[in-house]
Design a protein around this ligand. Structure first.
Ligand SMILES: Nc1ncnc2c1ncn2[C@@H]1O[C@H](COP(=O)(O)OP(=O)(O)OP(=O)(O)O)[C@@H](O)[C@H]1O
Ligand SMILES: [Mg+2]
Length: 271
């Protein structure tokens, strides 16, 4: 039996309603990633159902960004297996849109907003076709969806942090993928931008798309997300918010770095 199938039936018995790797938007098995001696992620299994919004949660340095980058093949794994919609990355790449953590982007790069959004079209275009009128229209529509239509010809470095975040979301939208991987989409944005972004993400879900976002604000997890994956080097807990986002799982993941008061305010599922 192929490895992925064997693991799927094993998980099915353990976790009940967890999706099998074949119908999950993203399924990771045994992912270990190391930058030096100490692994940043160790033997991580994680399954993200398709058609819902999932949060990746864990403290600073837990390996959340590393998890997304390794799944996307941007950094190497020591070991592990990754499937998107049951397929290896190479066969699913055009269906995946990725918005990196804002701090990791070089904002001094001299390029305009519309060019950044058009980058979302390049994979569809391939190397030989030129950007056409339809691509431009799609890029402009994506900017309008995030409320940035008036900024098309502005230099990206001349935008505020929240505006830059919206432009990167527009680039992901222009890609017209099925799976959106977002690394801290709400970091450093104001309440209005956060509301605008969550509206866009909910519309994606309503259209049958899958959203997986690294998320830090524990107080909004239950409002925004259907499914959670708690990680701190190792996979700590995962499943529907109602059953997996528990006080016990949170204190284990944060290793006592959250006070009882903070945990009480969250009203996560009992556990
Ligand atoms: N390029 C790198 N070289 C060496 N170590 C790295 C590198 N990138 C990340 N690390 C280390 O790997 C660990 C995980 O980092 P990662 O960026 O994945 O954490 P994170 O969960 O995304 O944290 P944050 O919430 O701060 O964004 C950290 O200990 C970090 O210092
Ligand atoms: Mg990170």
């Amino acid at each position: 039996m192929p490895d992925m199938l064997r693991l799927a039936s094993h998980d099915g018995a353990l976790l009940g309603a967890q999706p099998t790797p074949a119908d999950a938007a993203l399924a990771v098995r045994g992912m270990t990633v190391s930058y030096g001696q100490k692994p940043a992620l160790f033997s991580v299994d994680a399954t993200f159902p398709s058609g819902v919004m999932s949060a990746i949660i864990g403290p600073n340095g837990a390996g959340k960004s590393t998890f997304l980058k390794a799944a996307l093949g941007l950094i190497p794994m020591v070991s592990g297996e990754v499937r998107f919609f049951g397929l290896p990355l190479a066969q699913a790449r055009s269906r995946i849109a990725y918005v990196p953590q804002r701090a990791s982007v070089d904002w001094d790069f001299p390029t305009t907003v519309i060019d950044v959004v058009l980058m979302g079209r390049y994979r569809r275009l391939g190397l030989l076709r030129r950007v056409g009128r339809a691509d431009l229209a799609l890029a402009q529509e994506a900017l309008a969806r995030v409320g940035m239509e008036g900024f098309a010809h502005r230099q990206i470095g001349q935008l505020s942090g929240g505006q830059q975040q919206r432009v990167f979301l527009a680039r992901a939208l222009a890609q017209q993928g099925d799976l959106y991987l977002l690394d801290e989409p709400f970091a450093g944005v104001d309440a209005a931008t956060e509301a605008a972004i969550i509206e866009v993400l909910k519309a994606l879900k309503a259209a049958g798309k899958t959203v997986i976002a690294v998320h830090h604000d524990l107080s909004t997890v239950a409002d925004y997300f259907d499914h959670v994956f708690l990680v701190n080097v190792r996979a700590m807990a995962q499943g529907p918010v109602a059953s997996a986002f528990t006080t016990a799982a949170l204190s284990q993941t944060y290793g006592g770095r959250l006070g009882a008061g903070q945990l009480d305010q969250l009203h996560p599922a009992k556990g």
